[in-house]
Design a protein around this ligand. Structure first.
Ligand SMILES: [Zn+2]
Length: 326
C-alpha cells in the first residue's frame, strides 16, 4: 500500500499502461486463443509488451490475466489451472519489473466473469466471490502489489470481485475501473456518479473508467466522477478512439499525439491515474508521458465543463466486440 500511496504523493498524475489484448494479437495471438495461457506458453512475448510499457514510462502495469477466472478459462477447458496461470502472469511481470530496475508496480488484472449475475443470469454472488478469490490467490502468490478490477459493468459483480480479492489478500489495495460504453453509463446502467460513490464506500484505492467509446466520452466520465467524489483518485484508461474494421481486424485510430492530448485534458478534469485501453501501444503511452511532463497542470473546475467535450459524435463506423481484449 505504501509504495502505491507514495506514487501519488509526488505527482498529480500517475501513468498506467496501454492495451494488453491488442498487443497480444499483434504478437501472434489468434482470435479465440486463451490469452492467459501465454503466461506459460510465451512468457517472453508477454514480457516484451510489458517491457515496452516500462520503457515508455508506465508506473503501474497490469498482468496478463484479464480472463483468468474459472468462468472464462472454462471456455478453453483451462479452469483447472486458474492458480497456475495467474501466478505465472504475476511472476512474469514481477521478473520484468525487477530486470528494469525501475520502481514500477505490478497490478493483478481481474476482468469480468463474462457471465450475468443472478437473478438476471445464472452466476450467484457466492459463486462469483469464490471464483474471483481463486484468481486473486494466484495473483497474490505471484507477488502483485495491488489488484486492478477492470472492464466491469455490474456493481454486484464488482462487489463480488472486491470481496474475493479481499478474501485472498486483505492487505492489498484495489483499483477498479468500469466500462462506461452505453450512453455515458455502463451496459448495466451504472452512472459515473453512482460508480464514484460506490468506489468510495467500498474503500477502494482508486476508481474510474477503462475501455469505452474513445477519449471524449472518457473525459466526461472523469469530469462527472471527480465532481461527485472529489476525494476519489479517479482513473482514466481510454481506448485509442473507436475501432473500425479493416480487413476483418479491429483498428483503433487515435494517434499517440491525440492520446497525449487526452492525458493532459483528463488530468485537468481530475484524473490522477491515466493510461490507455484497447488500441494503445507503447507509442501512445510514451506520448502521454511526454505531454504530462511537459505541460503544466492546470485544474479545470467541473463547473467549467462547457469547455469539456460535447457528447461523442456518432461516427459511421462498424462496432466490434471489444470485451474480449483490453
Ligand atoms: Zn479496452
Amino acid at each position: 500500500m505504501n509504495s502505491l500511496k507514495n506514487l501519488f504523493e509526488n505527482q498529480q498524475a500517475v501513468l498506467a499502461d496501454g492495451a494488453m489484448g491488442t498487443s497480444l494479437f499483434e504478437a501472434g495471438l489468434q482470435f479465440g486463443d486463451p490469452p492467459d495461457l501465454w503466461n506459460i506458453l510465451h512468457p517472453d512475448r508477454v514480457r516484451a509488451i510489458q517491457r515496452r510499457y516500462i520503457e515508455a514510462g508506465s508506473q503501474i502495469i497490469l498482468t496478463n490475466t484479464f480472463g483468468g477466472t474459472r468462468f472464462r478459462l472454462k471456455l478453453h477447458k483451462l479452469d483447472g489451472r486458474v492458480h497456475e496461470l495467474n501466478q505465472a502472469g504475476a511472476e512474469n511481470l514481477r521478473a520484468e519489473v525487477r530486470a528494469s530496475g525501475k520502481p514500477v508496480l505490478v497490478a493483478g488484472d481481474i476482468g469480468p466473469s463474462g457471465e450475468i449475475m443472478a437473478p438476471l443470469g445464472d452466476l450467484t454472488f457466492d459463486a462469483a466471490v469464490d471464483g474471483f478469490a481463486e484468481q486473486a490467490a494466484g495473483l497474490a502468490a505471484g507477488g502483485v502489489d495491488l489488484f486492478w478490477i477492470e472492464t466491469m459493468s455490474d456493481l454486484d459483480e464488482v462487489r463480488a470481485a472486491i470481496e474475493g480479492a479481499r478474501r485472498a489478500a486483505p492487505q492489498l489495495p484495489i483499483v477498479c475501473t468500469l466500462s462506461f460504453d452505453t450512453h455515458g453509463c455502463t451496459m448495466m446502467g451504472v452512472t459515473p456518479e453512482t460508480a464514484a460513490k460506490f468506489m468510495r464506500d467500498q474503500g477502494l484505492f482508486a476508481g474510474g473508467g477503462n475501455c469505452g467509446n474513445g477519449s471524449d466520452e472518457m473525459l466526461e466520465v472523469v469530469r462527472r466522477m471527480h465532481a461527485a467524489e472529489p476525494e476519489l483518485i479517479v482513473v482514466a484508461k481510454s481506448n485509442a478512439g473507436m475501432p473500425v474494421l479493416v480487413k476483418g481486424k479491429a483498428v483503433y485510430q487515435a494517434t499517440p499525439d491525440e492520446m497525449g492530448e487526452f492525458a493532459v485534458r483528463a488530468r485537468a478534469l481530475g484524473a490522477r491515474l491515466i493510461g490507455g485501453c484497447c488500441g494503445n501501444n507503447q507509442n501512445h503511452i510514451q506520448a502521454m508521458a511526454t505531454r504530462l511532463q511537459d505541460t503544466e497542470y492546470e485544474p479545470q473546475a467541473p463547473a467549467a465543463a462547457g469547455a469539456a467535450p460535447a457528447p461523442a459524435k456518432k461516427a459511421p463506423v462498424q462496432r466490434v466486440n471489444r470485451r474480449r481484449a483490453t
